[in-house]
Design a protein around this ligand. Sequence first.
Ligand SMILES: [Zn+2]
Length: 122
Amino acid sequence: MITEMQLYLNSLGVNTKRLHKFIGEVVAQSRKRDVDIFYDSQRYTDIHPRLRVQTDRAFLPRKFHIDGSACSLDRCKKSHTIKLFQHDPFERDPILTLRADVAGQLYDSNEIIICKKEGAKT
Ligand SMILES: [Zn+2]
């Protein structure tokens, strides 16, 4: 599982030919070795198009209140479930539902991640 995939691809720089070669080799090697690669990103469009076209399945989580109404407010303090939908290829019903208060215990939602620029003082 690779979280925040865009950070890894961005670290390779803007050389398109190099990036295409890297993505192609990683995908080809994973298929030869019968390995699945799972990755996530905050936004689907943050993922390089070359990798998006090589992705077999895309999932989209959505947050709901316990009464079933959708929630789109990050700061909302109500209780939630998170439903994971398979976006591509499309499936109408969620493939799983998580209780946010249970799954949230595994994740430090207050953590702030900072990516230092090369050569920056510490
Ligand atoms: Zn809410």
